[in-house]
Design a protein around this ligand. Structure first.
Ligand SMILES: Cc1cc2nc3c(=O)[nH]c(=O)nc-3n(C[C@H](O)[C@H](O)[C@H](O)COP(=O)(O)OP(=O)(O)OC[C@H]3O[C@@H](n4cnc5c(N)ncnc54)[C@H](O)[C@@H]3O)c2cc1C
Length: 419
Protein backbone atom coordinates (compact mmCIF):
# COMPACT_ATOMS: atom_id res chain seq x y z
CA UNK A 1 0.00 0.00 0.00
CA UNK A 2 1.19 3.53 -0.76
CA UNK A 3 2.42 5.68 2.06
CA UNK A 4 -0.21 8.03 3.47
CA UNK A 5 0.69 11.70 3.86
CA UNK A 6 -1.32 14.36 5.63
CA UNK A 7 -0.75 17.95 4.51
CA UNK A 8 -2.09 20.63 6.84
CA UNK A 9 -2.91 23.83 4.89
CA UNK A 10 -4.06 24.32 1.30
CA UNK A 11 -2.08 27.51 0.68
CA UNK A 12 0.67 27.76 -1.92
CA UNK A 13 3.10 25.34 -0.25
CA UNK A 14 0.42 22.79 0.71
CA UNK A 15 -1.12 22.40 -2.74
CA UNK A 16 2.22 22.25 -4.58
CA UNK A 17 3.42 19.53 -2.18
CA UNK A 18 0.07 17.70 -2.72
CA UNK A 19 0.41 17.95 -6.52
CA UNK A 20 3.87 16.38 -6.61
CA UNK A 21 3.32 13.84 -3.82
CA UNK A 22 0.13 12.65 -5.54
CA UNK A 23 2.10 12.15 -8.76
CA UNK A 24 4.76 10.25 -6.82
CA UNK A 25 2.05 7.78 -5.76
CA UNK A 26 1.62 8.85 -2.14
CA UNK A 27 -1.95 8.79 -0.81
CA UNK A 28 -2.37 12.45 0.08
CA UNK A 29 -4.97 14.08 2.35
CA UNK A 30 -4.95 17.88 2.51
CA UNK A 31 -6.83 19.57 5.35
CA UNK A 32 -7.65 23.28 5.11
CA UNK A 33 -9.42 25.21 7.82
CA UNK A 34 -11.15 27.64 5.41
CA UNK A 35 -14.05 26.91 3.08
CA UNK A 36 -13.19 25.71 -0.45
CA UNK A 37 -14.65 28.80 -2.06
CA UNK A 38 -12.93 31.23 0.31
CA UNK A 39 -10.36 33.26 -1.62
CA UNK A 40 -8.10 35.08 0.79
CA UNK A 41 -5.27 37.55 0.34
CA UNK A 42 -4.12 40.25 -2.04
CA UNK A 43 -1.28 40.43 -4.57
CA UNK A 44 1.68 38.06 -4.62
CA UNK A 45 4.20 37.41 -7.36
CA UNK A 46 6.05 34.51 -8.94
CA UNK A 47 9.47 34.84 -10.55
CA UNK A 48 12.38 32.51 -11.25
CA UNK A 49 13.25 29.96 -9.97
CA UNK A 50 9.69 29.42 -8.65
CA UNK A 51 8.40 30.20 -12.15
CA UNK A 52 10.07 27.01 -13.40
CA UNK A 53 8.01 24.99 -10.92
CA UNK A 54 4.62 26.34 -12.09
CA UNK A 55 5.81 25.86 -15.69
CA UNK A 56 6.71 22.26 -14.88
CA UNK A 57 3.26 21.76 -13.29
CA UNK A 58 1.70 22.83 -16.60
CA UNK A 59 -0.27 25.74 -15.12
CA UNK A 60 1.73 28.73 -16.35
CA UNK A 61 -0.73 29.64 -19.13
CA UNK A 62 -3.66 29.48 -16.69
CA UNK A 63 -1.79 31.73 -14.27
CA UNK A 64 -0.91 34.19 -17.03
CA UNK A 65 -4.59 34.39 -17.94
CA UNK A 66 -5.51 35.48 -14.39
CA UNK A 67 -2.59 37.77 -13.55
CA UNK A 68 -3.53 41.16 -12.21
CA UNK A 69 -2.02 42.91 -15.22
CA UNK A 70 -0.95 45.82 -13.04
CA UNK A 71 1.14 47.92 -15.42
CA UNK A 72 3.62 49.33 -12.94
CA UNK A 73 3.94 51.26 -9.71
CA UNK A 74 3.39 54.99 -9.38
CA UNK A 75 4.83 56.76 -6.33
CA UNK A 76 2.58 59.67 -5.41
CA UNK A 77 2.52 62.39 -2.78
CA UNK A 78 -0.41 63.34 -0.54
CA UNK A 79 -1.83 65.52 -3.34
CA UNK A 80 -1.84 62.55 -5.74
CA UNK A 81 1.07 64.01 -7.75
CA UNK A 82 3.30 61.36 -9.30
CA UNK A 83 7.02 61.65 -8.53
CA UNK A 84 8.19 58.31 -9.95
CA UNK A 85 6.51 55.86 -12.29
CA UNK A 86 8.14 52.45 -12.53
CA UNK A 87 6.58 50.36 -15.29
CA UNK A 88 6.71 46.56 -15.46
CA UNK A 89 9.51 45.06 -17.53
CA UNK A 90 12.23 46.95 -15.65
CA UNK A 91 13.09 47.37 -11.97
CA UNK A 92 9.69 47.88 -10.35
CA UNK A 93 7.76 46.76 -7.26
CA UNK A 94 5.38 45.22 -9.80
CA UNK A 95 6.57 41.76 -10.84
CA UNK A 96 6.15 40.03 -14.19
CA UNK A 97 3.58 37.57 -12.86
CA UNK A 98 1.48 39.28 -10.20
CA UNK A 99 -1.49 37.26 -8.97
CA UNK A 100 -4.17 37.56 -6.34
CA UNK A 101 -3.27 35.00 -3.67
CA UNK A 102 -6.80 33.56 -3.71
CA UNK A 103 -6.68 33.05 -7.50
CA UNK A 104 -3.30 31.33 -7.25
CA UNK A 105 -4.34 28.98 -4.42
CA UNK A 106 -7.51 28.07 -6.35
CA UNK A 107 -5.52 27.10 -9.48
CA UNK A 108 -3.06 25.09 -7.37
CA UNK A 109 -5.84 23.33 -5.49
CA UNK A 110 -7.60 22.35 -8.73
CA UNK A 111 -4.33 21.07 -10.25
CA UNK A 112 -3.57 18.89 -7.20
CA UNK A 113 -7.17 17.78 -6.65
CA UNK A 114 -7.37 16.47 -10.23
CA UNK A 115 -5.07 13.60 -9.22
CA UNK A 116 -6.90 10.52 -7.89
CA UNK A 117 -4.32 10.13 -5.09
CA UNK A 118 -5.17 13.53 -3.58
CA UNK A 119 -8.17 14.29 -1.31
CA UNK A 120 -8.98 17.74 0.05
CA UNK A 121 -10.95 18.20 3.27
CA UNK A 122 -11.99 21.84 3.69
CA UNK A 123 -13.16 23.40 6.96
CA UNK A 124 -10.99 20.80 8.63
CA UNK A 125 -8.06 21.16 10.95
CA UNK A 126 -5.64 19.07 12.98
CA UNK A 127 -6.78 18.89 16.56
CA UNK A 128 -4.11 16.62 17.98
CA UNK A 129 -1.14 14.70 16.70
CA UNK A 130 0.75 11.79 18.26
CA UNK A 131 3.87 10.20 16.81
CA UNK A 132 4.64 6.50 17.31
CA UNK A 133 7.71 4.78 15.93
CA UNK A 134 6.23 4.22 12.47
CA UNK A 135 3.03 6.28 12.31
CA UNK A 136 1.47 9.61 13.12
CA UNK A 137 -1.98 9.37 14.73
CA UNK A 138 -3.99 12.49 14.04
CA UNK A 139 -7.38 13.76 15.22
CA UNK A 140 -8.98 15.72 12.39
CA UNK A 141 -11.77 18.10 13.30
CA UNK A 142 -14.43 19.27 10.87
CA UNK A 143 -15.15 22.83 11.96
CA UNK A 144 -18.65 23.04 10.51
CA UNK A 145 -20.03 19.75 11.83
CA UNK A 146 -17.84 19.79 14.95
CA UNK A 147 -17.04 16.11 14.40
CA UNK A 148 -13.66 14.54 14.93
CA UNK A 149 -12.13 11.45 13.36
CA UNK A 150 -8.87 9.74 14.10
CA UNK A 151 -6.62 8.70 11.22
CA UNK A 152 -3.14 7.27 10.80
CA UNK A 153 -0.52 8.65 8.44
CA UNK A 154 3.04 7.70 7.59
CA UNK A 155 4.12 11.33 7.30
CA UNK A 156 2.68 14.76 8.10
CA UNK A 157 3.54 18.01 6.28
CA UNK A 158 2.79 21.27 8.09
CA UNK A 159 2.06 23.90 5.41
CA UNK A 160 -0.20 25.93 7.65
CA UNK A 161 1.50 29.32 7.65
CA UNK A 162 3.26 31.55 10.16
CA UNK A 163 1.14 30.48 13.12
CA UNK A 164 1.34 26.79 12.19
CA UNK A 165 -0.69 24.48 14.41
CA UNK A 166 1.24 21.48 13.09
CA UNK A 167 4.47 23.08 14.33
CA UNK A 168 2.92 23.75 17.70
CA UNK A 169 1.63 20.18 18.06
CA UNK A 170 4.80 18.46 16.84
CA UNK A 171 7.55 20.72 18.15
CA UNK A 172 6.17 23.06 20.80
CA UNK A 173 4.77 26.57 21.14
CA UNK A 174 6.47 29.59 19.48
CA UNK A 175 7.60 30.67 22.96
CA UNK A 176 9.19 27.27 23.64
CA UNK A 177 10.83 27.26 20.22
CA UNK A 178 11.66 30.99 20.38
CA UNK A 179 10.95 30.98 16.64
CA UNK A 180 9.18 34.32 16.08
CA UNK A 181 11.45 37.26 15.20
CA UNK A 182 9.45 40.47 14.95
CA UNK A 183 10.68 42.83 12.22
CA UNK A 184 9.06 45.86 13.85
CA UNK A 185 6.17 46.45 11.46
CA UNK A 186 2.43 45.94 11.23
CA UNK A 187 0.49 45.31 8.05
CA UNK A 188 -3.16 45.17 7.00
CA UNK A 189 -4.57 44.01 3.66
CA UNK A 190 -8.12 44.18 2.34
CA UNK A 191 -10.16 45.12 -0.75
CA UNK A 192 -12.29 48.19 -1.38
CA UNK A 193 -14.60 49.17 -4.27
CA UNK A 194 -12.60 50.29 -7.30
CA UNK A 195 -12.61 53.83 -8.68
CA UNK A 196 -11.29 55.01 -12.07
CA UNK A 197 -7.96 56.27 -10.70
CA UNK A 198 -7.12 52.81 -9.26
CA UNK A 199 -6.28 51.40 -12.72
CA UNK A 200 -3.79 50.56 -14.35
CA UNK A 201 -0.95 51.36 -11.93
CA UNK A 202 -0.46 50.44 -8.33
CA UNK A 203 -0.06 53.68 -6.35
CA UNK A 204 2.02 54.10 -3.26
CA UNK A 205 2.01 57.07 -0.87
CA UNK A 206 4.35 57.64 2.08
CA UNK A 207 3.46 59.67 5.15
CA UNK A 208 5.79 60.83 7.94
CA UNK A 209 5.65 58.59 11.01
CA UNK A 210 6.66 55.49 9.01
CA UNK A 211 3.30 54.95 7.31
CA UNK A 212 2.53 53.76 3.80
CA UNK A 213 -0.72 53.35 1.91
CA UNK A 214 -0.37 51.12 -1.14
CA UNK A 215 -3.32 50.66 -3.52
CA UNK A 216 -3.06 47.94 -6.17
CA UNK A 217 -5.38 47.21 -9.09
CA UNK A 218 -6.77 43.69 -9.32
CA UNK A 219 -7.70 43.80 -13.01
CA UNK A 220 -9.35 46.14 -15.47
CA UNK A 221 -12.62 44.25 -15.16
CA UNK A 222 -12.57 43.82 -11.40
CA UNK A 223 -14.78 46.04 -9.25
CA UNK A 224 -12.35 45.99 -6.33
CA UNK A 225 -8.90 47.38 -5.52
CA UNK A 226 -6.36 45.84 -3.12
CA UNK A 227 -5.17 47.98 -0.27
CA UNK A 228 -2.18 47.62 2.04
CA UNK A 229 -1.43 49.64 5.13
CA UNK A 230 2.19 49.24 6.23
CA UNK A 231 3.26 50.84 9.49
CA UNK A 232 6.85 50.40 10.63
CA UNK A 233 6.76 50.51 14.40
CA UNK A 234 8.07 48.10 17.04
CA UNK A 235 4.94 48.35 19.12
CA UNK A 236 1.46 49.71 18.57
CA UNK A 237 -0.27 48.52 21.76
CA UNK A 238 -3.82 48.90 20.38
CA UNK A 239 -2.95 46.86 17.26
CA UNK A 240 -1.10 44.25 19.27
CA UNK A 241 -3.99 43.88 21.73
CA UNK A 242 -6.58 43.65 18.93
CA UNK A 243 -4.49 41.06 17.05
CA UNK A 244 -3.96 38.98 20.19
CA UNK A 245 -7.72 39.01 20.83
CA UNK A 246 -8.41 38.21 17.16
CA UNK A 247 -10.93 41.08 17.20
CA UNK A 248 -11.22 42.38 13.61
CA UNK A 249 -13.32 45.42 14.42
CA UNK A 250 -10.82 46.51 17.07
CA UNK A 251 -7.98 45.96 14.58
CA UNK A 252 -9.78 48.17 12.05
CA UNK A 253 -10.37 50.85 14.67
CA UNK A 254 -6.70 50.75 15.64
CA UNK A 255 -5.63 51.19 11.98
CA UNK A 256 -8.12 54.03 11.55
CA UNK A 257 -6.54 55.71 14.57
CA UNK A 258 -2.95 55.22 13.29
CA UNK A 259 -3.83 56.77 9.89
CA UNK A 260 -6.31 59.39 11.12
CA UNK A 261 -5.80 62.92 9.79
CA UNK A 262 -3.70 61.82 6.81
CA UNK A 263 -4.43 62.95 3.25
CA UNK A 264 -4.49 61.41 -0.25
CA UNK A 265 -6.87 58.42 -0.43
CA UNK A 266 -6.69 57.69 3.31
CA UNK A 267 -10.22 58.93 4.25
CA UNK A 268 -11.80 56.87 1.43
CA UNK A 269 -9.75 53.81 2.37
CA UNK A 270 -10.57 54.03 6.08
CA UNK A 271 -14.28 54.39 5.37
CA UNK A 272 -14.25 51.30 3.13
CA UNK A 273 -11.93 49.33 5.42
CA UNK A 274 -14.59 49.44 8.15
CA UNK A 275 -16.91 47.51 5.76
CA UNK A 276 -14.27 45.22 4.23
CA UNK A 277 -14.96 41.52 4.70
CA UNK A 278 -11.58 40.17 3.61
CA UNK A 279 -9.65 42.33 6.08
CA UNK A 280 -6.45 40.78 7.44
CA UNK A 281 -4.00 42.39 9.81
CA UNK A 282 -1.01 41.21 11.79
CA UNK A 283 2.39 42.08 13.12
CA UNK A 284 5.10 41.00 10.67
CA UNK A 285 7.20 38.20 12.05
CA UNK A 286 9.83 35.95 10.63
CA UNK A 287 9.91 32.29 11.59
CA UNK A 288 13.38 30.94 12.38
CA UNK A 289 13.67 27.31 13.44
CA UNK A 290 16.74 25.25 14.28
CA UNK A 291 15.21 22.29 12.42
CA UNK A 292 12.29 22.01 10.03
CA UNK A 293 11.25 18.47 10.96
CA UNK A 294 10.59 16.34 13.98
CA UNK A 295 10.58 12.59 13.34
CA UNK A 296 7.69 11.99 10.89
CA UNK A 297 6.48 15.61 10.76
CA UNK A 298 8.02 18.21 8.45
CA UNK A 299 7.28 21.90 7.86
CA UNK A 300 7.33 23.83 4.60
CA UNK A 301 6.66 27.43 3.52
CA UNK A 302 5.82 30.14 6.05
CA UNK A 303 5.32 27.50 8.78
CA UNK A 304 9.04 26.68 8.56
CA UNK A 305 10.69 29.96 7.54
CA UNK A 306 8.27 32.90 6.99
CA UNK A 307 10.54 35.67 5.68
CA UNK A 308 7.96 38.58 5.75
CA UNK A 309 6.96 40.72 2.75
CA UNK A 310 9.99 43.00 3.30
CA UNK A 311 12.09 40.30 1.62
CA UNK A 312 9.57 39.72 -1.20
CA UNK A 313 10.47 36.01 -0.97
CA UNK A 314 7.56 34.36 0.94
CA UNK A 315 5.72 33.03 -2.05
CA UNK A 316 8.89 32.10 -3.92
CA UNK A 317 10.23 30.08 -1.02
CA UNK A 318 6.89 28.33 -0.48
CA UNK A 319 6.84 27.16 -4.12
CA UNK A 320 10.48 26.09 -4.24
CA UNK A 321 10.33 24.49 -0.78
CA UNK A 322 7.23 22.42 -1.54
CA UNK A 323 8.77 21.25 -4.80
CA UNK A 324 12.07 20.22 -3.21
CA UNK A 325 10.32 18.47 -0.32
CA UNK A 326 8.15 16.40 -2.68
CA UNK A 327 11.15 15.71 -4.93
CA UNK A 328 13.17 14.34 -2.02
CA UNK A 329 10.23 12.27 -0.75
CA UNK A 330 9.74 10.78 -4.19
CA UNK A 331 13.35 9.58 -4.03
CA UNK A 332 13.33 8.35 -0.46
CA UNK A 333 9.85 7.73 0.95
CA UNK A 334 10.90 7.95 4.59
CA UNK A 335 11.63 10.77 7.08
CA UNK A 336 15.28 10.52 6.01
CA UNK A 337 14.21 12.62 3.01
CA UNK A 338 13.50 15.53 5.39
CA UNK A 339 17.21 15.88 6.18
CA UNK A 340 18.18 16.05 2.50
CA UNK A 341 15.36 18.55 1.86
CA UNK A 342 16.70 20.75 4.66
CA UNK A 343 20.31 20.34 3.55
CA UNK A 344 19.42 21.47 0.02
CA UNK A 345 17.39 24.46 1.08
CA UNK A 346 18.66 25.77 4.41
CA UNK A 347 21.31 28.22 3.21
CA UNK A 348 19.14 29.42 0.31
CA UNK A 349 16.28 30.11 2.72
CA UNK A 350 18.48 31.84 5.28
CA UNK A 351 19.91 34.05 2.56
CA UNK A 352 16.39 34.89 1.33
CA UNK A 353 15.33 35.76 4.87
CA UNK A 354 17.88 38.56 5.04
CA UNK A 355 15.98 41.80 5.07
CA UNK A 356 17.60 44.07 2.46
CA UNK A 357 19.88 47.00 3.37
CA UNK A 358 21.40 45.12 6.28
CA UNK A 359 18.02 44.69 7.95
CA UNK A 360 17.25 48.41 7.79
CA UNK A 361 15.01 48.27 4.71
CA UNK A 362 11.79 48.91 6.68
CA UNK A 363 13.33 52.08 8.19
CA UNK A 364 14.89 53.31 4.95
CA UNK A 365 11.87 52.53 2.77
CA UNK A 366 9.33 53.90 5.24
CA UNK A 367 10.87 57.07 6.73
CA UNK A 368 9.97 58.67 10.05
CA UNK A 369 10.33 62.40 9.41
CA UNK A 370 9.00 64.81 6.74
CA UNK A 371 12.61 65.39 5.73
CA UNK A 372 13.13 61.60 5.40
CA UNK A 373 10.02 61.34 3.21
CA UNK A 374 11.31 64.20 1.05
CA UNK A 375 14.70 62.49 0.66
CA UNK A 376 13.01 59.17 -0.18
CA UNK A 377 10.87 60.89 -2.83
CA UNK A 378 13.91 62.58 -4.33
CA UNK A 379 15.73 59.25 -4.64
CA UNK A 380 12.67 57.61 -6.21
CA UNK A 381 12.35 60.51 -8.63
CA UNK A 382 16.01 60.32 -9.68
CA UNK A 383 15.77 56.52 -9.85
CA UNK A 384 12.78 56.66 -12.16
CA UNK A 385 14.80 58.74 -14.64
CA UNK A 386 17.76 56.38 -14.40
CA UNK A 387 15.42 53.45 -15.15
CA UNK A 388 13.99 55.31 -18.14
CA UNK A 389 17.49 56.07 -19.39
CA UNK A 390 18.51 52.41 -18.98
CA UNK A 391 15.41 51.29 -20.88
CA UNK A 392 16.30 53.75 -23.61
CA UNK A 393 19.86 52.41 -23.86
CA UNK A 394 18.50 48.85 -23.55
CA UNK A 395 20.85 47.80 -20.77
CA UNK A 396 18.46 46.57 -18.09
CA UNK A 397 17.65 43.01 -17.13
CA UNK A 398 14.42 42.66 -19.06
CA UNK A 399 13.06 40.12 -16.60
CA UNK A 400 12.51 42.89 -14.11
CA UNK A 401 15.16 42.23 -11.52
CA UNK A 402 17.72 39.86 -10.09
CA UNK A 403 16.74 36.37 -9.10
CA UNK A 404 18.37 34.35 -6.39
CA UNK A 405 19.87 31.29 -8.07
CA UNK A 406 18.76 27.84 -6.99
CA UNK A 407 19.25 24.56 -8.85
CA UNK A 408 15.82 22.90 -8.74
CA UNK A 409 17.12 19.80 -10.56
CA UNK A 410 13.70 19.97 -12.14
CA UNK A 411 14.45 17.60 -14.97
CA UNK A 412 15.25 14.95 -12.39
CA UNK A 413 11.94 15.04 -10.50
CA UNK A 414 10.60 11.55 -10.20
CA UNK A 415 6.89 11.16 -10.79
CA UNK A 416 6.79 7.38 -10.48
CA UNK A 417 6.93 5.37 -7.35
CA UNK A 418 10.57 4.82 -6.48
CA UNK A 419 10.90 1.58 -4.56
C1 LIG B 1 -5.33 34.71 4.46
C2 LIG B 1 -3.96 35.04 3.92
C3 LIG B 1 -3.78 36.20 3.16
C4 LIG B 1 -2.52 36.52 2.68
N1 LIG B 1 -2.38 37.64 1.92
C5 LIG B 1 -1.16 37.98 1.43
C6 LIG B 1 -0.99 39.14 0.63
O1 LIG B 1 -1.95 39.85 0.36
N2 LIG B 1 0.25 39.45 0.17
C7 LIG B 1 1.34 38.66 0.47
O2 LIG B 1 2.45 38.96 0.06
N3 LIG B 1 1.20 37.53 1.23
C8 LIG B 1 -0.02 37.18 1.72
N4 LIG B 1 -0.16 36.05 2.47
C9 LIG B 1 1.05 35.24 2.77
C10 LIG B 1 1.48 34.41 1.57
O3 LIG B 1 0.40 33.68 1.07
C11 LIG B 1 2.57 33.46 2.04
O4 LIG B 1 3.65 34.20 2.57
C12 LIG B 1 3.18 32.60 0.95
O5 LIG B 1 2.32 32.36 -0.13
C13 LIG B 1 3.62 31.28 1.56
O6 LIG B 1 2.51 30.42 1.63
P1 LIG B 1 2.31 29.19 2.60
O7 LIG B 1 1.54 28.20 1.81
O8 LIG B 1 3.57 28.75 3.23
O9 LIG B 1 1.43 29.78 3.80
P2 LIG B 1 0.02 30.49 3.80
O10 LIG B 1 -0.22 31.25 2.56
O11 LIG B 1 -0.08 31.21 5.09
O12 LIG B 1 -1.01 29.27 3.78
C14 LIG B 1 -1.30 28.50 4.92
C15 LIG B 1 -2.64 27.80 4.70
O13 LIG B 1 -2.90 26.96 5.83
C16 LIG B 1 -4.20 27.19 6.29
N5 LIG B 1 -4.20 26.90 7.72
C17 LIG B 1 -3.66 27.64 8.71
N6 LIG B 1 -3.84 27.03 9.90
C18 LIG B 1 -4.49 25.88 9.64
C19 LIG B 1 -4.95 24.83 10.45
N7 LIG B 1 -4.76 24.83 11.78
N8 LIG B 1 -5.60 23.78 9.86
C20 LIG B 1 -5.81 23.76 8.52
N9 LIG B 1 -5.39 24.73 7.69
C21 LIG B 1 -4.73 25.78 8.25
C22 LIG B 1 -4.49 28.64 5.96
O14 LIG B 1 -5.88 28.89 5.89
C23 LIG B 1 -3.81 28.79 4.61
O15 LIG B 1 -4.65 28.41 3.55
C24 LIG B 1 -1.41 35.68 2.97
C25 LIG B 1 -1.60 34.50 3.74
C26 LIG B 1 -2.86 34.17 4.20
C27 LIG B 1 -3.05 32.89 4.99
Amino acid sequence: MSERVLICGAGVAGSIAAFYLGKADFQVTVVERSKAEQKAGQGIEIEEPALSVVKHMGILDTLKSIKTAEEGTDFVDQYSRSYGLYKTGGPSPTGELELMRGDLTEVLYKAADAHPNVTYLFETTVQSLKQTQDKVIVDLENRSTRTTKTEEFDLVVGADGVKSRTRQLAMGSPEELNCFKAVGAFVAYFSIPKQDQDWPYSRLCHFPGRKVLWMRPVSKASDVTSVYFIHVNKDVPALRRASAAGDRMKQKEAWAEVYSGLGWEVPRVIEQMMKAENFYSDELMQVKLKKWSQDRVVLVGDAAWAPTPFTGEGNQLAIIGAFVLAQQLSRNRTPAAFDVYEERLRSYVEDAQNIPLGGYAPYVLVPQTSWGVWLFRTLIYVGSWIVRFMAWTRTPDSSGGEHKEFDLQIEKVETKKAR
